[in-house]
Design a protein around this ligand. Structure first.
Ligand SMILES: Cc1cc2nc3c(=O)[nH]c(=O)nc-3n(C[C@H](O)[C@H](O)[C@H](O)COP(=O)(O)OP(=O)(O)OC[C@H]3O[C@@H](n4cnc5c(N)ncnc54)[C@H](O)[C@@H]3O)c2cc1C
Length: 456
């Protein structure tokens, strides 16, 4: 079956759906072709046996993420505050700390290590200021910082083992990669797109990093898809894209789409699995080979009630023992059910992603008992998790990251159209890289590029 359109968008995540929506709102015949039998990609909601929802993918939105907030507002989707009333539990280098706030937990590190950590945050802020917003490869120290892993920078920066351990422990939960996986340049660039490291690490005591939880996050994507109606085609994985001077042909096992332009709105490593004719420029092809997705398993543990709140705990935990790197209270602030959400990230996730859900459940519950020193954590009423690396249309999460050396070698190609092919996805965003907001921005930007070409 062959159909003819103005634009084909590959991928029905937030980036692709936003591209399709912008194009159709401009009167352009665009279709969104999605591999899975659902839309949303990494914004993926599970409806539980308890009549509520849990989020397997993205769930938090920040006050300055105006693109995702615009859709939440347009479709009247609920958000709720993050429960954060009570003490924070933190384990660093085997030592357990219970402090009123997250920053207090960092300041409580022994001797000079607390102030050393705060000085490192200031040094990071100075480095981030040197990164140009859209072209990190042009930063004054780009070559040096891209050749150096974040681990190398850490080894040079820290003198006290506790400060170093505390900083290293923060990274996998934010980047879903270890400090040895990413370059110092990417570390700075990612934080730069979010407004600073304090924004992604939750360090801000001034509240500008405050976030809310979206209730049923997938309904954002579903609402856009409902609006697009039969312009969204699920269950059609794109395998090949051919272009010539006149048109582009997008192939799936059952259909061929002919169009003037295509927007590829999938993570780079998945874009690299599509065949292209003619072959893509070398730098673009190399970029897709050098951007693995992060490694994460997201876990949900449910109890009859949130008993930790009565014991004075917020549910926020940061741990360098594992398997979970971070836990948060995931219940409504006024809710009666006890819910914790945890993230197994980076090398912890490499160890746990391929184990059975039952094995992970036992380990996560043991971890909670030991962290809170409370046997009541031993008896949850439910456990759910999602291992993203084994999902063939994600191959990991939260996003793709360039390996060391990649930004200076190939980043010119990240958004550069190749003939009739345009690129979107959260990894192409210059604001809120790797986030839902960045994904939506990227789809809108790719739609603008095509409108501009059509009007030229
Ligand atoms: C555990 C987890 C927690 C997260 N937490 C947050 C958070 O709290 N806040 C936040 O803002 N972000 C968060 N994120 C990140 C956020 O979910 C993503 O950045 C965003 O959803 C990415 O959207 P996208 O459209 O760029 O990519 P995707 O969501 O990956 O969409 C790509 C789509 O393309 C499809 N596809 C792939 N290959 C093909 C093909 N060959 N043919 C057709 N279709 C194809 C996929 O099925 C998918 O639907 C989280 C992600 C995860 C997994």
């Amino acid at each position: 079956m062959t159909t003819i359109h103005d634009v084909v968008v590959v991928g029905g995540g937030l980036a692709g759906l936003s591209a399709g929506r912008s194009l159709r709102n401009a009167g352009i015949d665009a279709v969104v072709v999605e591999a899975r039998d659902r839309v949303g990609g990494k914004s993926y909601t599970a409806h539980t046996d308890y009549g509520d929802v849990v989020e397997y993918g993205g769930q938090w939105v920040g006050a300055d993420q105006e693109h995702v907030l615009s859709l939440i507002d347009a479709f009247d989707i609920d958000t709720r505050p993050q429960y954060d009333d009570g003490a924070v539990v933190s384990r660093v280098a085997g030592q357990r700390y219970v402090e009123p706030t997250y920053m207090d937990a960092l300041r409580a590190l022994p001797g000079e290590s607390g102030s050393e950590l705060l000085a490192a945050f200031e040094e990071i802020a100075r480095c981030i200021k040197q990164i140009p917003g859209a072209r990190p490869q042009n930063a004054p120290h780009a070559d040096e910082w891209d050749a150096m892993t974040l681990q190398t920078w850490i080894d040079q920066q820290f003198e006290t083992p506790e400060a170093q351990a505390a900083f290293e422990r923060m990274i996998p939960g934010i980047y879903t990669a270890d400090p040895s996986d990413i370059s110092f340049l990417f570390f700075c660039y990612y934080a730069r797109t979010a407004g600073g490291f304090h924004m992604v690490a939750g360090l801000d005591e001034e509240e500008d990093s405050h976030t809310d939880v979206v209730v049923d996050v997938q309904s954002i994507a579903q609402s856009v898809a409902d609006e697009l109606g039969d312009a969204v085609h699920c269950g059609h994985p794109v395998t090949r894209i051919e272009q010539d001077d006149d048109s582009v042909r997008v192939q799936t096992p059952e259909r061929t789409y002919t169009a003037s332009y295509v927007v590829v709105a999938v993570p780079p490593t998945l874009a690299g699995r599509i065949d292209y004719e003619p072959a893509l420029p070398a730098a673009r092809d190399e970029l897709m080979q050098r951007m693995p997705n992060g490694t994460v398993v997201k876990c949900h543990v449910r109890y009859v009630d949130p008993f930790w709140r009565d014991s004075g705990f917020s549910g926020l935990v940061e741990d360098d023992v594992g398997p979970v790197n971070y836990f948060f209270d995931d219940g409504h602030p006024d809710g009666e059910t006890g819910r914790l959400v945890g993230f197994i990230c980076g090398s912890n996730a490499r160890e746990w992603a391929d184990k059975s859900t039952d094995e992970r459940r036992v380990a996560v519950i043991d971890q909670l008992v030991s962290l809170f020193d409370d046997d009541r954590f031993d008896t949850p009423i439910d456990y759910l998790d999602q291992s993203w690396p084994s999902d063939p249309y994600s191959r990991g999460a939260y996003h793709g990251y360039p390996t060391p050396g990649t930004m200076t070698a190939c980043w010119d190609a990240i958004r550069e159209p190749v003939g009739r092919i345009h690129w979107a996805g959260a990894e192409t965003a210059t604001r809120w890289y790797g986030h839902m907001d960045g994904a939506i921005r990227s789809g809108r930007r790719a739609a603008d590029e095509i409108q501009f070409k059509r009007s030229a």
